[in-house]
Design a protein around this ligand. Structure first.
Ligand SMILES: Cc1ncc(COP(=O)(O)O)c(C=O)c1O
Length: 395
């Protein structure tokens, strides 16, 4: 053991604790659902990505169990060698059908999709222009590439145009514009119509990660491109099954060429074991539930509007939220940590989001809505927020 290295790490952890940036994990002792058991306590769970409650849906669970019985616990290989089962192919097709694209390819995670695909499609001599607040997996994917990088101000189409104009005469081989569809920390939506217009004007390739838009935005929850009526206008769409679908896994979709290239060139897909049968079958079942249940997405939105309005009426700042991601802006990291602890004492699990997930002075409690909350749940949660807000003099 290297003592200096151990000492360095211990000091870093101590610094994180001192500055309110240390992550303490809470334990769920049962399913992720509106009233969940966490650290031995029954709480309202306002911190899950499981927007539609599908992680605990009977059909989704049954599909996972049936797949284990028929196919076993693991896939046995990486997808390119012997790890592609008929289940994986079925899921690819189901994703393409859901997104209305020609083709789709399922990745192990959304992180793996961005971290593997971006370096594969971005080449030396290309320019990639990325929204300032894009997800870390996009940032890392871009870092792994040899393309020239530029950043535009968050959701600012005019600033994107400025970057495009500044680079127009530099003879880049290709220019990519990359954005989240819904931003995971603020819950605001990318201005895709303006981005697509500029992409057409400047002959760019568009790449959109709709991790938090799938199952949430657009008719039947088909995502941000459908929300804006831009189906077929985005070159590469990426998403995940770890949010509204309540399972796990990522995907890329688009043309046949995009997907064939993706699975021949993405190192995260080529060099990492494929998802286990239970996961893949659960993802397929989650998509089927969403396709068939016409009420689930409207329920999510009804809860979202009610809860956001309720927080605002109490006097909380919900930032730029336009979606079921509803932050309660608090500023200081220690304050956000304390607020979260007080919420928990009162029976509400709302997670503090602090640096490096957000800027140091933009700490918050990020709440996330769920279609499965009842009116009683939401009223109770609002009452707790009010109590804690007053106790900590936020209100
Ligand atoms: C925009 C975005 N992309 C990708 C991911 C990663 O997805 P996954 O959980 O499937 O790795 C996330 C999750 O936080 C996300 O918010």
């Amino acid at each position: 053991m290297n003592a200096a290295f151990e000492g360095f790490l211990a000091q870093q952890v101590a610094d994180l604790k001192a500055s309110g940036l240390y992550w303490t994990r809470r334990q769920l002792q049962g399913p992720s659902q509106p009233r969940a058991r966490v650290d031995g306590k029954q709480v309202l769970l306002l911190a899950a990505n499981n927007y539609l409650g599908l992680s605990n849906h009977p059909k989704v669970k049954a599909a996972a169990v049936a797949a284990v019985k028929k196919y076993g616990a693991g896939s046995g290989s990486v997808p390119a060698i012997a790890g592609t089962m008929d289940l994986h192919i079925k899921l690819d097709r189901q994703i393409a059908k859901f997104k209305h694209t020609n083709s789709a390819i399922y990745f192990q995670t959304g992180f793996a999709a961005n971290a593997g695909l971006l370096p594969a499609i971005l080449a030396e001599g290309d320019l990639v222009i990325s929204d300032q607040l894009n997800h870390g997996s996009i940032i890392d994917g871009i870092r792994l590439s040899k393309a020239e990088k530029a950043v535009y101000q968050h959701n600012d189409v005019a600033d994107l145009e400025r970057v495009l104009k500044e680079n127009a005469s530099k003879n880049f081989k290709r220019t990519f514009i990359v954005t989240d569809g819904v931003f995971s920390m603020d819950g605001d939506i990318a201005p895709l119509p303006g981005i697509v217009k500029l992409a057409e004007q400047f002959n760019c390739i568009t790449y959109v990660d709709d991790a938090h838009g799938d199952g949430v935005l657009g008719p039947q929850g088909r995502g941000v491109t459908h929300h804006f009526g831009l189906t077929g206008k985005i070159d590469v769409e990426v998403g995940t099954f770890s949010k509204a679908f309540g399972v796990m896994g990522g995907y890329a979709c688009g043309s046949q060429a995009v997907c064939e290239y993706a699975y021949n060139k993405s190192r995260s897909w080529l060099l990492s074991g494929s998802a286990p049968p239970a996961t893949v079958a659960a993802c397929t079942a989650a998509l089927q539930v969403l396709e068939r249940d016409k009420k689930i997405v409207p329920r999510l939105w009804k809860n979202t509007e009610f809860f956001r309005k309720g927080l605002q009426q109490l006097g909380f700042d919900t930032g730029k939220s336009q979606t079921p991601i509803i932050p309660v802006m608090l500023g200081d990291s220690n304050r956000a940590q304390e607020f979260s602890r007080e919420l928990f004492k009162e029976g509400v699990f709302g997670v503090p989001i602090v640096f490096p997930m957000v800027a140091k002075d933009k700490a918050r409690i990020r709440t996330q809505m769920n279609a499965a909350f009842t009116q009683k749940d939401l009223n109770q949660a609002l009452a707790v927020f009010e109590k804690v807000g007053k106790r900590l003099k936020v209100l």
